[in-house]
Design a protein around this ligand. Structure first.
Ligand SMILES: Nc1ncnc2c1ncn2[C@@H]1O[C@H](COP(=O)(O)OP(=O)(O)OP(=O)(O)O)[C@@H](O)[C@H]1O
Ligand SMILES: [Mg+2]
Length: 329
């Protein structure tokens, strides 16, 4: 669970509250809520620790199963009529849309393809997924104000990266059990995929190799306190597997879309902290690769330690995109 609040002040943009709280391993399974009370307790604990007074929250649902598409609608329709038409004609562009689909849209402006029509971006998700996340937040005493999508939020965080929001970039977010790749061109989503690979594999390899229990193995990999053979026998093979899976992602992207070629790769998620990972990926892929900490140029509230933000920043990618949205409200 990641918590982040930003505030625009006279001197610049500040990180005012932030927290990272682990969820019990069984609380979520394949992203489905298995243990609501313990998730709610984690949210409350996070709020206490961050000393936040927030009453509202902006949250995100996973990008898989979310459909985004561009359609044309007659320019004279109002928003209610557009929604009505979207639901009525959904078979044409959203074949799986059913009555329990959460639908949102934004009118982009006059269509360049059809005179008298406007371009409308439509996003559809399972209503149940939206409701589940909102329930967690409400139970924890917060009002869910906006429900965004993780991949959109990751792109939103690019506003904090110099230059990157103008270019075509691949954001590779490597977490504990999932890796997300999001390709964006000038802030627009081109591609998003999720893959069941992450830092947990490295932890498990450390457990096997050095006979350590899970938690100790996780701590040891962060504190660099493992024996010398860790680098050659465990870390290097993991880095290589990771780099190959990123290369495969990019190959699939090139083979299945005619989207633009990423000019650089931004590594985020907790695994962006793995020593040497950017160099290993760059050697294999031959595209510039850098660690992306969306918070590294921001000012910090005196309560927040710079060394914590330095380490936790890359894992706060989605949270940073959501917090940026809060500022735009
Ligand atoms: N300094 C570090 N060195 C190595 N690994 C690290 C370091 N810091 C964090 N990690 C690893 O990063 C992973 C957590 O990353 P992150 O917080 O992005 O995951 P998550 O978003 O909670 O998980 P998921 O996306 O899989 O649901 C863990 O496997 C953790 O061990
Ligand atoms: Mg993650």
């Amino acid at each position: 669970m990641k918590w982040l609040e930003l505030q625009q002040q006279r001197k610049g943009l500040y990180v005012t509250h932030y927290g990272v709280e682990p969820l019990p391993p069984e609380a979520l399974s394949e992203r489905a809520v298995k243990d609501l009370p313990s998730i709610v307790e984690s949210i409350r604990r996070c709020q206490r620790r961050t000393a936040s007074k927030a009453r509202e929250a902006i949250i995100a649902i996973p990008g898989t199963n979310v459909v985004k598409t561009l359609v044309q609608m007659p320019a004279h329709l109002n928003e209610f009529e557009i929604e009505e038409q979207l639901r009525e004609q959904s078979d044409d562009y959203l074949p799986h849309l059913s009555s329990d689909t959460a639908l949102d849209f934004a009118i982009q402006g006059p269509s360049s393809q059809r005179l008298g029509y406007v371009d409308v971006t439509v996003v559809a998700a399972h209503q149940e997924q939206v409701d589940n996340r909102c329930e967690m937040i409400s139970e924890a005493g917060l009002q869910p104000k906006i429900v965004d999508v993780e991949s959109f939020a990751a792109i939103g965080a690019l506003a904090l990266a110099q230059e990157a929001h103008q270019q075509c970039v691949a954001i590779v977010d490597i977490g504990a059990s999932l890796t997300h790749i999001t390709i964006a061109q000038a802030g627009e989503l081109c591609y998003h995929r999720e893959h069941g690979f992450g830092g947990r594999q490295l932890t498990e390899e450390i457990m096997r190799h050095f006979g350590l229990p899970y938690e100790e193995a996780g701590n040891a990999k962060r504190s660099h306190s493992l024996p010398e053979n860790y680098f050659d026998e465990v870390l290097q093979p993991f880095q290589h597997t990771l780099a190959q899976s990123i290369r495969r992602f990019l190959e699939i992207y090139r083979n299945t879309t005619d989207g633009p070629e990423p000019e650089r790769i931004l590594l985020a998620g907790g695994c962006a902290n793995i020593v040497g990972i950017a160099e290993v990926v760059m050697q294999l892929i031959k595209t510039p690769v850098q660690r992306f900490n969306p918070l590294d140029t921001l000012m910090l509230h005196p309560r927040i330690r710079a060394s914590d933000i330095l380490e936790d920043g890359p894992a706060l990618l989605v949270a940073a995109g959501l917090a940026m949205r809060a500022l735009q409200q």
